[in-house]
Write a protein that binds this ligand. Sequence first.
Ligand code: ATP
Length: 306
Amino acid sequence: LIQIYMPLNFLGFVYREIKQSLTDMEKMFDVIKTNPDVKDELNAEPLKIKGGTVSFKDVSFHYNPARQILKGISFEVPAGTTTAIVGASGAGKSTISRILFRFYDITGGSVEIDGQNIAAVTQQSIRSHVGVVPQDTVLFNDNIRYNIRYGRPDATDAEVEEAARLAQIHDFILGLPEGYETEVGERGLKLSGGEKQRVAIARTILKNPEILLLDEATSALDSHTERGIQKALEQISKGRTTLVIAHRLSTVVNANEILVLDKGAIIEHGTHDVLLEKGGAYHAMWHRQQQATEAAEKLEELTEEE
Ligand code: ATP
């Protein structure tokens, strides 16, 4: 019994840790859309997108002057590459993505997209070129086809289905009682966290933005779902400038650059191999997660055997 209890207990701990760190980006984004503090400059022009290179230059930020959240952050995501941000809960990872979407104005430094300061271009134009896949997607009380098409309202049925295929959710949808016409959301069929995230991925595939912000789901997914999502994320980030807030380190192994954030500062950066070799904070995180994954897999095996 103890053999079952120990990993269960450990998983409970991991789950609680993870649960605490959940932020519903999309809901928050809706709130901030009406944030009166962020204003377009009088003569703001739309962003002129080229490849979608993102640069943070000595960025400082606080929500409240009493507590500095980002302390002089600098990094660049070259067009078409993937940068992953890892770090403990509360380190400031989601804050970085909110700032890139310009939900908040920063207090020092600058954020640029293709050399243009995002504070000087229209907010609407930033949001049209940046796609967000939040951790927890809000579904409308409508059918699943409508929920995917929301990414680009003029998309044809064939385009919606192709996006769903790429997002690894098409087969699941075909298995629903009324296929693409099945009602979902609060008053319809409730989808799991992993299914909802794949709907969000399909939406974003339709939107086809140059820059992608992924807030990886942290909630416990079974390994089959996790592989599906992983594949969908690989599809969607191909050739796009991608910033991933990574909770599961398995996702970051292939990132072009990993930033390790600690209390609002970047304490390490490099590729997975370089950071492992370094034997510092990333190395320690990696080993902790490997143990958690092994425990989870053991548990899955035990449950399957029952
Ligand atoms: P997690 O992994 O838990 O999502 P994170 O690294 O993404 O954490 P952030 O959400 O960026 O962390 O938060 C950084 C800090 O800013 C936290 O201490 C948090 O409490 C604080 N914070 C976040 N949003 C607000 C807000 N709207 N007002 C005040 N403080 C906030």
